[in-house]
Design a protein around this ligand. Structure first.
Ligand SMILES: Cc1cc2nc3c(=O)[nH]c(=O)nc-3n(C[C@H](O)[C@H](O)[C@H](O)COP(=O)(O)OP(=O)(O)OC[C@H]3O[C@@H](n4cnc5c(N)ncnc54)[C@H](O)[C@@H]3O)c2cc1C
Length: 567
C-alpha cells in the first residue's frame, strides 16, 4: 500500500523535517511516520494502517505536497480478523459471528460517531461506504466544534495565564488574528486529513453528497441509488437559531464565532451553556467586552452549583455583565450595532457589535427522509434507538447527536463502535456504558460525571457528598488555582461511587478517573487506597475519597471526630 501525503490545505512543497521510522519497521495504525515542517506549523504523517514499511521514498530535507507517495507499507489483508485478542474472559466478544455474512454497511455522516462506526465496521471486515455532504470528513466536532474551539481556548489560556504569573510581567500580547486563525485551521486540517487517510487505508468508500432514504434498503445520493444491508445514521445536529434574530452578518452561531473574522468590541453571548461560555472565554481573552445572557437562573444548569461557582467568580470580574434569569426578546440590526431587548432580571435594551447565539443544538434526524425506510423520528428530530443502537427498523441503526442523550463527541464515538459491532453480528454488542462525562473547557474548567448532587436531592436518593477544596492542595496552591474543588458522590450504604466532578485547571482530565471509578463500580475505599502522585491535581480525587472514607489527614477529619464522640 502507498502511504500518501494528505491534503495540506494551502501548503505545498513542505519540507520533511524528521523521519520517525526506517524501512523494515513494523508500524501500528496511526503511528507517526514522519514530520513536515512549514513556516507556520509542523504536521506528523501517520501510518494509514498497521503493517511493515518496505520502502521509504523520501529523506529529511525533501519537500512534499498532497498526493505524493512517501512510503510503501506491506499491510495485512484488510478483511483479516482484529489482531488484538480479548485479554480476559470479561471482555466482550470482538469477533464477528463466523456464520454472519459480511454485508454492505452505509454510514451517513462522518463526525466522531460516523467515522468511528465506519472504521470499526471496516476493521470487522464489512464492506463500508461513508457518505458525507461536505468535502471534509470529521463532522461538527473536527471542523466547527470540539477541535477548533479547543485550539482557540488554548491560545486564550496562554494569554490570560501570562498575565497572572506572580512576580513575572509581560508586555501586552500582540494578537495577530490571521496567524491565530491559520494555526487553528491547521489543527483542524491535520486531523481531518488524517481521517481521510485512515478511510483510504481501511478501504472505506467515501462518497461526498447528501444522502436521503428512498426505501428500507436504499438511499439516494445526488441521483445515484445506494443499496445496503445495514445503515448507520450519524447525521449529527445543527445550531438552534432564534426566529426573532435578524439575518445579519453580525449575528453568528458557534461556527461564525470560530471563524474568528475579527474581535468585536462589544460581544453578547445568548446562552450560558458550555458552548456559549467557551466562546465567551476565547473572545474575552482576545479583548472583547463580553456580556452573557442566560434564561435560567444559573450558568451551565446541568452541573452542580459548587462546580460552576469558581467560573462564575472569575468571569464576574472579567466580563462586562452576566445576566441570568433573563431572556432576549428582540434583536434589531441598526447601523450603530445590534439593539438587543431583554426582560427578566435584566430589563432594557443594550447595543452590541456582535451577537453569538448559543442556545443549543437540534438533531438532524428529520432531514434524511427516514420515513421512506419506515424509521420513526420524533417531532424534534431525534431518532429513538435501543441498547444496540437499532432504530424501530432493526437493520437501520442511529448514533450520536441525532439520538437522545448528551450531544457529545465521545458519546457519539462509543455508540458508533457499538453500531458497527451490531452490524457485524458480534454477539453481545450492546451499549451498556453507565455514564458519559461532561466538560466545559472554560477558565477554570468544569467537569462532572454520573449522579449530580442536585439530581440526588431532587430524586431523594440516598447519597453522601465529599468535597475536597483545592485550598488544601499543594499543587493547586502552586498553580494559583485555590478556587477549585473536587467532589465525589457515593451511596452511603455500599460506598459505591455514583458520580463526581471537579472545577479548576485540567478538570477535564481529572474527570476520567471518576468516570472509570463509576464505570467499574468502584467504592470509596478503592479510590482512597489508590496511591495518587504528589503533588498533583489528581490527588484531590484521592483526598475527596479519603474525606468520604474518614481517613483524611490533609484536612480536619469530621468522621474521626464523630467516631471519637460515639466512643
Ligand atoms: C462549538 C462546539 C464545541 C463543541 N465542543 C465539544 C467538546 O469539547 N467535546 C465534546 O464532546 N463535544 C463537543 N461538541 C459537540 C460535538 O461536536 C458533537 O457532539 C459531535 O460532533 C457529534 O458527533 P456526530 O457524529 O453525532 O455528528 P456530527 O459531528 O454533527 O457529524 C454529522 C455529520 O453528518 C453529516 N450529514 C448530516 N446529514 C447528512 C446527509 N443527509 N447526508 C450526508 N451527510 C450528512 C454532516 O455534514 C456532519 O458532517 C461541540 C460542538 C460545538 C458546536
Amino acid at each position: 500500500m502507498d502511504v500518501v501525503i494528505p491534503d495540506l490545505g494551502d501548503f505545498s512543497g513542505v519540507p520533511v523535517s524528521e523521519l520517525l521510522v526506517a524501512a523494515g519497521d513494523a508500524v501500528e495504525v496511526g503511528q507517526p511516520l514522519l514530520v513536515l515542517e512549514s513556516e507556520k506549523s509542523s504536521m506528523e504523517i501517520p501510518a494509514p494502517t498497521a503493517g511493515t514499511l518496505t520502502e521509504l521514498k523520501i529523506a529529511v530535507g525533501d519537500t512534499v505536497s498532497a498526493g505524493d507517495v512517501v512510503a510503501i507499507l506491506d499491510a495485512p489483508e484488510p478483511n483479516s480478523a482484529p489482531s488484538v485478542a480479548p485479554s480476559d474472559e470479561t471482555r466482550r466478544d470482538t469477533e464477528p459471528d463466523a456464520a454472519a455474512k459480511p454485508g454492505r454497511v452505509v454510514v451517513i455522516g462522518s463526525g466522531p460517531g460516523g467515522y468511528a462506526a465506519a472504521f470499526r465496521a471496516a476493521d470487522l471486515g464489512l464492506d463500508v461506504t461513508l457518505i458525507e455532504r461536505y468535502e471534509t470528513l470529521g463532522g461538527v466536532c473536527l471542523n466547527v466544534g470540539c477541535i477548533p474551539s479547543k485550539a482557540l481556548l488554548h491560545a486564550a489560556k496562554v494569554i490570560t495565564e501570562s498575565r497572572e504569573v506572580p512576580g513575572v510581567s509581560f508586555a501586552d500580547p500582540e494578537i495577530d488574528l490571521p496567524s491565530l486563525r491559520s494555526w487553528k485551521d491547521s489543527v483542524v486540517q491535520r486531523l481531518t486529513g488524517g481521517l481521510a487517510q485512515m478511510a483510504k487505508g481501511r478501504k472505506v468508500d467515501v462518497i461526498t453528497g447528501e444522502a436521503r432514504f428512498t426505501g428500507p434498503n436504499t438511499l439516494d445520493v445526488g441521483g445515484d441509488t445506494i443499496e445496503f444491508d445495514h445503515a448507520i445514521v450519524a447525521a449529527g445536529s445543527t445550531a438552534v437559531r432564534l426566529p426573532f434574530v435578524p439575518d445579519d452578518d453580525r449575528v453568528v452561531t458557534s461556527t461564525g464565532a470560530l471563524a474568528l473574522t475579527d474581535v468585536p468590541k462589544r460581544l453578547l453571548v445568548i446562552g450560558g451553556g458550555i458552548i456559549g461560555l467557551e466562546m465567551a472565554c476565547v473572545y474575552d481573552a482576545l479583548g472583547a467586552d463580553v456580556t452573557v445572557v442566560e434564561m435560567t437562573d444559573r450558568l451551565i444548569p446541568e452541573a452542580d452549583d459548587d462546580l460552576v461557582k469558581p467560573l462564575q467568580r472569575r468571569i464576574r470580574k472579567r466580563y462586562a455583565a452576566i445576566h441570568t434569569a433573563t431572556s432576549v426578546d428582540a434583536v434589531e440590526a441598526k447601523d450603530d450595532g445590534l439593539h438587543v431587548t431583554m426582560s427578566g432580571r435584566r430589563d432594557g435594551t443594550e447595543v452590541f457589535d456582535r451577537v453569538l447565539v448559543a442556545v443549543g443544538r437540534t438533531p438532524n434526524g428529520g432531514s434524511l427522509g427516514l420515513a421512506a425506510a419506515g424509521v420513526n423520528v420524533d417531532e424534534r428530530g431525534f431518532v429513538a434507538v435501543d441498547a444496540q443502537q437499532r432504530t424501530n427498523v432493526p437493520h437501520i441503526l442511529a448514533i450520536g447527536d441525532c439520538t437522545p442523550g448528551p450531544m457529545l463527541a465521545h458519546k457519539a464515538t462509543a455508540e458508533g463502535h457499538v453500531a458497527a459491532e451490531v452490524a457485524a453480528g458480534i454477539e453481545g454488542a450492546v451499549n451498556d456504558v453507565r455514564v458519559i462525562p461532561s466538560v466545559a473547557y472554560t477558565d477554570p474548567e468544569i467537569a462532572w460525571v454520573g449522579l449530580t448532587e442536585r439530581k440526588a436531592q431532587e430524586d431523594a436518593l440516598a447519597h453522601e457528598v465529599a468535597t475536597f477544596p483545592w485550598t488544601a492542595s499543594g499543587r493547586a496552591i502552586a498553580l494559583g488555582a485555590t478556587g477549585g474543588v473536587t467532589k465525589l458522590i457515593h451511596d452511603p450504604q455500599t460506598g459505591r461511587i455514583l458520580g463526581g466532578g471537579a472545577a479548576g485547571p485540567n478538570a477535564g482530565e481529572l474527570i476520567a478517573e471518576i468516570t472509570l471509578a463509576v464505570e467499574m463500580g468502584a467504592v470509596i475505599e478503592d479510590v482512597a487506597l489508590t496511591v495518587h502522585p504528589h503533588p498533583t491535581l489528581s490527588e484531590t480525587i484521592g483526598l475527596a475519597a479519603e474525606l468520604a472514607d474518614g481517613t483524611i489527614t490533609d484536612l480536619p477529619n469530621p468522621k474521626a471526630g464523630a467516631r471519637k464522640e460515639q466512643a
